[in-house]
Design a protein around this ligand. Structure first.
Ligand code: C2E
Ligand code: CA
Ligand code: CA
Length: 373
């Protein structure tokens, strides 16, 4: 064994890891790391790693060198940190697992969550809730934004801030996004079929990474068509800053969707540094002003002036304007005065369960879905 590996071998509790032809062998005492010494296939070794760390096995499989920190799940179910150092060639890799610190705080809970998330996405536990978007002049329901929610087996509902980062770490963003967009299109098709207004739209989100991936636009067109929803009733929301990350790929995908009849919205406008004119190359037809600006506009004349100028520029591009984070009647009135077309926020309703959204389509929002005090 050469330099790094030989010196690492002196670390207390280090074990050798030998990988050959898709099988692994652990050399040395495994007790400090809580590992079961029995050899197995590389896939069974994956079960000993936190799901978020399993991508390292692709590198090992391809024979790449690595020096990385991992979370190992011991035979006792406890989580321990280890450093994995090694190198090799495809099919033949040698390395060392070196204990690298105590169990992470809440480690088991998090790993349970990581393990559960993949299954949850596959079995439909992650689905779309729908937040009403209201026409500010008539105060009628105009559409919904589909927002990801994870309905846990115990009935708890988890919001995206708690699981989207985990989904990204595990490479599940696209699968999860597709599940939410497909639920959104199916629910919207069902509202129409049940006699809901034919003008209702449903909006859903995608990250720049998803949009720029090959085949994104075509598969979204197919999913919406298969759900039985006319393309012009589906609106895709893309974050303002994200779209600039790979503008050429984003432009191609967005133009394909536009040509298929989809609506496109710039999400969270105002949080990045773009001007609407910089976004002119993309075929957006609406802009969503970030809730930060709506809140600031309530308190501050300068912020009101910014919102007003966004509204007037958006108008000149024939875009409609949605105000986000409308929490009070005062905010709703201000957004109407500033010229926004639509409002979305707790003043009208939070994201509703699909059955409550269907009820809102049937009977309207008034007095039914107001936020709890
Ligand atoms: P977003 O697209 O800006 O969605 C609006 C967020 O603002 C939602 O949070 C919504 O519940 C919250 N919100 C709505 N009205 C109000 C209000 O009056 N006051 C306040 N304080 N908040 C309000 P949520 O559901 O937690 O979603 C957070 C973010 O997660 C979303 O922000 C979106 O960026 C992302 N997200 C949600 N679902 C998906 C998805 O399916 N795919 C992707 N890629 N991202 C998603
Ligand atoms: Ca959004
Ligand atoms: Ca937003």
């Amino acid at each position: 064994m050469t330099g790094v590996l030989a010196s690492g071998a002196k670390a207390a509790g280090a074990v050798g890891l030998v990988i050959e032809d898709g099988a692994f062998v652990i050399e040395g005492g495994c007790s400090v790391l809580g590992l079961d010494p029995a050899p197995g296939t590389l896939d069974t070794f994956a079960d000993r790693l936190a799901p978020g760390d399993r991508a390292v096995l692709d590198r090992v499989r391809s024979g790449e060198a690595c020096d990385t920190r991992l979370r190992l799940i011991g035979a006792d179910g406890k989580v321990r940190y280890a450093r994995l150092i090694g190198r090799g060639e495809p099919g033949a890799w040698r390395g060392l697992l070196i204990p690298a610190g105590a169990s992470p705080e809440g480690g088991v809970a998090r790993i349970d969550l990581e393990t559960a998330l993949k299954a949850a996405v596959e079995t439909g536990e992650v689905t779309a809730f729908h937040q009403p978007i209201v026409d500010l002049k008539s105060r009628k329901l105009a559409g919904f934004e589909a927002l990801a929610r994870w309905i846990r087996p115990d009935g708890d509902v988890m919001g995206p801030d708690e699981f989207l980062p985990l989904a990204a770490e595990q490479g599940l963003t696209r699968t999860l996004g597709e599940a939410v967009r497909t639920s959104a299109a199916r629910d919207a098709a069902a509202w129409r079929a049940a006699g809901g207004a034919q003008t209702l739209f449903v909006a859903a989100n995608a990250t720049a990474g998803e949009i720029c991936a090959p085949g994104f636009a075509d598969s979204l067109v197919q999913a919406v068509e298969a759900a039985g929803l006319p393309a012009n009733r589906f609106k895709l929301e893309v974050n303002e800053t994200e779209v600039m990350a790979d503008p050429n790929a984003a432009e191609t995908a967005l133009k394909t969707l536009k040509a298929a009849g989809f609506s496109l919205a710039i999400d969270d406008f105002g949080t990045g540094y773009s001007s609407l004119s910089r976004l002119d190359r993309f075929p957006f037809d609406s802009v969503k002003i970030d809730q930060y600006f709506i809140r600031a506009a309530l308190a501050d004349a300068a912020a009101r002036a910014i919102v007003k100028s966004v509204v007037s520029i958006a108008r000149s591009y024939a875009m409609t304007i949605v105000a986000e984070g409308v929490e009070t009647e005062e905010a709703a009135a201000l957004c109407t005065d500033l010229g926004c077309d639509f409002g979305q926020g707790f003043r009208f309703a939070r994201a509703l369960r699909p059955e409550d959204a269907a009820e809102a389509v049937r009977s309207g929002l008034e007095g039914r879905f107001d936020p709890p005090a």
